[in-house]
Structure formats: structure tokens, C-alpha cells
Design a protein around this ligand. Structure first.
Ligand code: ZN
Length: 425
């Protein structure tokens, strides 16, 4: 390996990971930091403080995304953006999202120090970003801040999203102090490092995987309306049981995956039942169904099959059911130049690599609609994600950082261009 290689500052990365994991620490290795909760606010306050102390200009846009801009080149120089998200699932893991932000900060800090020591004059400025509400656990949909940034969702729609207690994104942004007015940066690309969240890398014995395709997702909210009644005296034939209707629909959603001729993943993972009492025939049930596939045709098929089946399934339970909302995230591909760049960077360090698709949503998927973007994955032990035992080894965390830093460096050497194939091998 050439001796001019720059490795990420491992000690800094580790200490940043240790620090950020304190916010919402659940005591079992995980964190609990749903978007705009007090724990999330505490993590964001700490993160913004880190940026200010290190001389970054902190910008908050009008949907609560945090950007830390560091001017290393002139005011009109191209900008490279790196980062991920600090919110977590309820009782989630400490690596999902937070690693992507911490590795970005460690990469920028290493780059600025090494550039200074080596007499390199950077050609690009850098921005680190913490996207607001990636997870979509408390406020739906997910990828909220990055989707508004990319123009795929309107700000008014995003602000009006409410949690199950009726508190909106707007009120929670104001409460936590992250309703900003700054114009967001418009960089030449966005690079995100993330834990894989599956076990493909681990099984293959690889360390680095650029995601090449992102699966599409269709998220359907179905409202089932029956009639509230006593579970005792009400005769069976007179019941309009919303949960029974919901059960038929849930079964159908599963059957779609089993009947599909190509890859299709389906779920109903949340059911809100009203009034949710053991001795009341439920009057209402709201289902949150998800269809995911790498190919758009499969999603179209599944959506139309489900839509057609719903009235009949509801009738079987003597209830009404209707689709209250559909949100479609299209399947697509990441920028091929960034895929190649990630592979060249991995090769530079000798990290074994492969290509993967991402099934889960990531902020880079949303951002990819408006500028070249990519996610680079590092291994998740046992493929665990969204759980307290989510884990990635310090070596693999550092490997992701090395690759990110090398990509930033090559883009910088190319003056902000992504056509870096002439770079050294
Ligand atoms: Zn994530």
C-alpha cells in the first residue's frame, strides 16, 4: 500500500461513537431516540455544539435538517456532503444512522488535519448533515427531512405529520429548537456510510459494499371501520368487527409475497385498534401495510392486487375498508460513478468488497433524486438492525471511514468532479 494513504482517525471515531451513544442509552447496548424526542434533541444539541466548537458554520433549514459547513476552499468552491441521521427507532441500536454522522465528522476532521500537515490545498468545501426523521418511527413517512430537501415532499405536508399523540412535526421542531430558516447547501454529491442491516457482507466475508440499486417501497394505510359493541351480548351475526376485517387483509398482504413471480417483500407491522379494549368489539382498525421490491412492475402488481381484494375481504367481516393513504418510493439506481469510486477506495486499502442492493430506505435514496448520491455499507453482526444488539466491530467502522475519506479525497483531487477514474491506483 502506498504510504501516502490517509486512514481515518480511529480514536476520534471511537470516542465520537461512545459520546453519541449516551443520548437515549437504554442500558442494554441500544438507544431510544425517536425523531424530535427529548433524547433526540439532546443528541442534536451535542452534535451542533461539536460542530461549532470545531469551527463549522451550523445551518438549520426549515424542516430541521442540520448542516455543518466547513470552508476549506474558496467561497465558490464545489461542496461535498457527507452524513446520515441521529434519530433512532424506539429501543433501537446505536449504529443505525449515528455511525454515518460520526464517521462523516471523523472523516472531515481527519482530512482537514492531514491536508494541513501534508500541505494539500483542498479544492472543495465540505458539509456534514444530520437529516431530520429518517426512521419514520414517530412521524410517517420516513426519510422526511431528506425528502423535503430533495423536493419529493412538500414542507407543509412534512410539518403537518403527527405522532400518535397528535403532536406535529411543526410543534416538535419549534419545541426542540430545530425550526430553522437557513437555505440548505447544494453540493456536488452526497456520500452516506451505513451499517448494512443484513448479513450478506458477513456471510460473504466482505467488508465494504456500495449499494447499487435501491428497492422501491409502497406504503399503504388502510382504515377498517366496523361498529363498536359489547363482546358479550352482541350476537355473532350482528357484529361488525374491524379487527376481523383487518386480519383478512393482513393475511392477504402476506399471500401476495407468497404468490409473487418475482421478489416481493410485504408486511403489516402496525395496527392501531380502537377502542382497543378486551370486551369491546372493535369499531376501527388502521393498518400500515408495506410492499417492497427491486422492480417497479412487481410493486404495481402487488398494489393493484391488494386494492382489488380489499372490498371483498372487508365484506367477509361485515365491515368497510378503504385506503386512506398511499405513498410510493420508486425503485432506482445510485450514481454509477460513485459506485466505482467506492470500489476504487476499498481496493486502495485492500478491503474485500461486493455490490449490494438496499431494501431499506436511506436518506441517500431520497437525495439521489436531486443529486448524485450513494450509500456504502459495512457489516452488521448477524444482520441485526433496529434492535439493542445491533453491532459493528471497531475495525469495520474504521474501514467504512477509510473508504469515505478516500472518496472525499479523490473527489477533492478531481476538483469536485465525480469522474475520478484517472486517479491513482
Ligand atoms: Zn439508518
Amino acid at each position: 500500500m502506498a504510504d501516502d494513504v490517509i486512514r481515518i482517525d480511529r480514536a476520534l471515531l471511537q470516542s465520537l461513537m461512545d459520546d453519541v451513544s449516551r443520548f437515549g442509552d437504554t442500558g442494554d447496548g441500544g438507544v431510544d431516540r425517536p425523531a424530535l424526542s427529548d433524547n433526540h434533541k439532546a443528541a442534536r444539541d451535542w452534535f451542533s455544539g461539536q460542530l461549532r466548537n470545531r469551527g463549522y458554520t451550523v445551518l438549520i433549514d426549515n424542516i430541521g435538517n442540520i448542516f455543518g459547513r466547513l470552508d476549506l476552499a474558496g467561497p465558490d468552491a464545489p461542496v461535498v456532503m457527507v452524513g446520515s441521521h441521529l434519530d433512532s427507532q424506539p429501543k433501537g441500536g446505536r449504529f443505525d444512522g449515528a455511525y454515518g454522522v460520526m464517521v462523516a465528522l471523523a472523516a472531515i476532521e481527519t482530512w482537514r488535519r492531514e491536508a494541513g500537515e501534508r500541505g494539500i490545498v483542498p479544492a472543495c468545501n465540505v458539509v456534514i448533515v444530520d437529516w431530520m426523521n429518517e426512521e419514520g418511527a414517530r412521524f410517517q413517512p420516513s426519510l422526511l427531512g431528506s425528502s423535503v430537501y430533495a423536493g419529493a415532499l412538500s414542507r407543509d405536508f412534512a410539518l403537518s405529520r403527527a405522532d400518535r399523540d397528535g403532536r406535529t412535526v411543526e410543534t416538535e421542531l419549534l419545541r426542540t429548537g430545530y425550526m430553522g430558516t437557513d437555505g440548505p447547501p447544494r453540493p456536488c454529491c452526497f456520500l452516506e456510510v451505513h451499517i448494512e442491516g443484513d448479513s450478506a457482507l458477513e456471510k460473504a466475508g466482505k467488508t465494504i459494499a456500495p449499494f447499487v440499486r435501491h428497492w422501491g417501497a409502497t406504503k399503504i394505510r388502510i382504515e377498517v371501520t366496523g361498529q363498536q359493541n359489547h363482546t358479550g351480548p352482541t350476537p355473532m351475526e350482528d357484529r361488525h368487527d374491524a379487527v376481523l376485517g383487518a386480519a383478512f387483509i393482513i393475511t392477504k398482504v402476506r399471500e401476495l409475497a407468497d404468490a409473487a413471480t418475482d421478489t416481493l417483500y410485504t408486511s403489516v407491522a402496525r395496527v392501531d385498534v380502537s377502542p382497543n379494549s378486551p370486551n369491546i368489539v372493535p369499531g376501527r382498525a388502521v393498518l400500515f401495510a408495506e410492499l417492497r421490491a427491486p422492480e417497479p412492475e412487481m410493486l404495481d402488481w402487488a398494489e393493484s392486487e391488494l386494492t382489488t381484494a380489499i372490498p371483498e375481504l372487508a365484506a367477509k367481516a361485515s365491515v368497510q375498508a378503504e385506503i386512506a393513504a398511499i405513498e410510493r418510493r420508486p425503485a432506482g439506481r445510485f450514481d454509477h460513478r460513485l459506485v466505482a469510486l467506492a470500489e476504487q477506495a476499498a481496493d486502495r486499502f485492500g478491503y474485500p468488497r461486493m455490490q449490494l442492493d438496499t431494501i431499506a430506505g436511506h436518506d441517500a435514496v431520497a437525495v439521489n433524486a436531486c443529486l448524485p448520491a450513494i450509500v456504502i455499507a459495512v457489516p452488521s453482526v448477524n444482520g441485526v438492525i433496529h434492535r439493542c444488539d445491533e453491532y459493528t466491530s471497531p475495525e469495520d467502522l474504521a474501514a467504512g471511514g477509510d473508504v469515505l475519506l478516500e472518496m472525499m479525497r479523490r473527489i477533492d483531487e478531481a476538483g469536485g468532479s465525480l469522474d475520478t477514474s484517472g486517479g491513482q491506483e
